[in-house]
Design a protein around this ligand. Structure first.
Ligand code: ADP
Ligand code: MG
Length: 615
């Protein structure tokens, strides 16, 4: 049989390599910014259009390339950064694989203009899908400009897989942050669709963080410094009281390279032990300097993970350095690291000075009237509403009350179990509800037992209600006495801008949006003012983590996110009337049997099944 193995042509090999190097516009941003830094640029301009899908351009004032190098730079494995295998263990540059430009040129329209300081004129090269279409001598300033247009123009499947501009822009900005944070002495500018998102001057590290994340950040930072033989640490951690519900601002740089490390992250979190409320994440911006020979950057193609020789030592050093800083700045109660941590008083202990007993009086109780109907329940409950989570129900009241008063009128629109479960005998059969472990509501139904997950059930109720408000009615808004100003990072503001109109339908009124703050004059009736910031934070993080889905709708996401934030949680004790109200509201939903994220809201167990358990 004839030989069948052939070497792949270069352009095919490049396209395959591109699959690894370039996943999305942000990957191009990363490679081009890193090349500019390796070329010793002092000013770098990043220009993108349509979140980078149409254009990613990086202009630097670095050392530029000769005509021959300019041409060679697009070849695979063409690099000026390493020469021998040994160099791999002595890396002082960002790049070393010599793959980025070749890969990018295989899947986009690329235009390069470059000139070295000593040359009179420079070189321009245009490449489309690995083919050089033009090469000219041009007049151009010292440095390099690379434009990458129409990413994935020749791989429609990859192009279609790109997410919405909001999400892709978020990735681009993330990359930009990482590079800009690692190099505070280089000036960076970022434009998206002609508007300037960041203009970062040459500065020190603290100023760079503040310039990126907003002036408010300054007061949140606690410096961390440590200098040992195997590791130098410098940077900042965020004060515990500014910890966030989402893992936003967590940055490790090892030898000026952004890395992800769950292990090192853990060491920081453990240094905050006892200082953070559960579920909160500390922010940190830490630079670690180690001997380049003690790390291997090679284990991940996109190079955000690295391998350390002595991870355990780094873990311990990092933990104690952070602990020390928190202690020095009077943030942590523990200064003595040798002390048994089990003896330490938890941070929040002082505030927990025991709960004052509260006597609850039912003011509507009339000993001579034992026929209290459900209407009375609602009135009682309305009075309590101002005190806590119960007011979240307020928006549902009309629906809920109707359900309670005249249940036979409710139309179940879906073909769900609810029909079978709650036939006309329903009212007779719900005699009572019972809350189990502040988590489940138990009730009897005709066929046996019903067990409802209170958190998921309430999410479903709120979700359907919010969807209705968002698409049909628009919710009423509660005017704030004083406008509420909240600070966010620029990319977060970008997301709020895009959601502004939809949020208006839920009752949020934004009076002013600047680059790093929002002013809110109205909030949905159901949301307490103190919760607004956390709810918006959650929403932003949900938008960022949006999963690719052709049915994706921002309204739906908004309703899901708000329902998640607003729903009563596991652990919340519910009074009898609240339990009943929740059960009734749930079964007035169109799809009562699943939560907005498609998880079961209740299970049933028939008497037969129960009988079997007792055999
Ligand atoms: P790598 O960065 O791994 O070497 P690239 O494909 O990113 O590989 O770049 C190939 C080569 O092109 C680099 O080694 C460098 O010599 C040259 N180069 C790329 N971008 C620039 C730039 N902005 N300024 C100067 N030289 C550059
Ligand atoms: Mg490179």
């Amino acid at each position: 049989m004839a030989d069948i193995i052939q070497l792949l042509p270069d352009h095919v090999a490049n396209q395959i390599a591109a699959g690894e190097v370039v996943q999305r516009p942000a990957s191009v941003v990363k490679e081009l910014l890193e090349n500019a830094i390796d070329a010793d640029a002092t000013k770098i301009k990043l220009i993108i259009k349509d979140a980078g899908k149409t254009l990613v351009q990086v202009i630097d004032d670095g050392k530029g390339m000769s005509t021959t190098d300019a041409r060679l730079s697009f070849e695979r494995h063409a690099t000026s950064k390493i020469r021998t295998a040994d160099d791999l263990f002595q890396l002082h540059t960002k790049g070393f694989r010599g793959e980025a430009l070749a890969s990018i040129a295989a899947i986009a329209h690329v235009e390069l203009r470059t000139k070295q300081a000593q040359d009179e004129v420079g070189t321009s090269i245009i490449i489309e899908g690995s083919d050089v279409v033009a090469q000219e001598v041009v007049v151009t300033p010292k440095g390099t400009s690379i434009s990458v247009k129409n990413l994935f123009f020749n791989i429609p499947a990859r192009r279609n897989f790109l997410k919405s501009n909001t999400v892709e822009l978020r990735h681009v900005i993330d990359e930009f942050h990482r590079v800009a944070l690692a190099h505070p002495t280089i000036a960076f500018v970022l434009y998206n669709n002609g508007s300037e998102l960041f203009n970062l001057h040459e500065s020190n590290y603290r100023q760079r963080i503040v310039n990126i994340f907003g002036n408010k950040t300054n007061e949140k930072l606690v410096p961390v410094i440590e200098d040992t033989e195997i590791l130098k640490i410098s940077g900042f951690v965020g004060k515990p009281e500014f910890a966030k519900k989402t893992r936003g601002e967590q940055y490790f740089f090892v030898n000026n390279r952004f890395i992800k490390s769950a292990y090192l992250n853990h060491s920081i979190v453990s240094a905050f032990d006892g200082l953070l409320k559960p579920g909160m994440h500390p922010s940190y911006f830490l630079n670690l300097t180690v001997n380049p020979q003690s790390i291997d950057i090679n284990i991940h193609p996109t190079k955000t993970e690295i391998k350390f020789d002595d991870e355990h030592a780094l873990y311990a050093l990092l933990r104690s350095a952070v602990k020390h800083s928190l202690g020095q700045f009077n943030i942590a109660p523990v200064l003595d690291f040798e002390r048994d941590p089990n003896l330490d008083v938890p941070y929040n202990y002082n505030q927990n000075a025991g709960n004052r007993p509260v006597i609850e009086i039912d003011r509507n109780f009339n000993p001579f009237n034992d026929q209290r109907n459900s209407q009375t329940h609602t009135t009682t409950y309305k009075k309590e509403a101002a005190t806590g989570w119960e007011n979240l129900y307020e928006g549902l009241e009309s629906k809920g009350t109707k359900t309670q008063q005249d249940f036979s009128e409710v139309h179940f629109e879906s073909e769900s179990n609810s029909k079978i479960l709650f036939d006309d005998k329903y009212l007779d059969t719900v005699q009572t509800t019972y809350q189990l472990h502040n988590k489940y509501i138990v009730s009897t139904i005709k066929s046996g037992m019903l067990l409802i997950d209170q958190q998921r059930a309430h999410q479903r109720v709120l979700y359907e209600n919010l969807l209705e408000q968002l698409t049909v009615e628009g919710a009423s808004s509660q005017q704030l006495l004083f406008p509420l100003t909240l600070h966010f990072s620029t990319p977060e503001i970008e997301i709020i801008k895009q959601l502004k109109e939809d949020l208006k339908h839920t009752g949020f009124i934004f009076s002013n949006l600047t680059k790093e703050s929002v002013e809110i004059t109205g909030v949905p009736v159901s949301i307490p003012e103190s919760e607004v910031s956390i709810i918006l934070e959650q929403l932003i993080s949900d938008v960022e983590n949006e999963v690719p889905d052709s049915n994706f709708s921002i309204t739906d996401l908004l309703a899901k996110s708000l329902a998640k934030s607003l729903a009563i949680k596991t652990g919340q004790p519910l009074k009898k009337n609240e339990q009943e109200h929740l059960v009734n509201s749930l079964f007035a939903c169109k799809e009562p049997n699943v939560s907005p994220t498609n998880r079961s809201t209740f299970i049933t167990m028939s008497v037969d099944e129960l009988d079997k358990k007792f055999i």
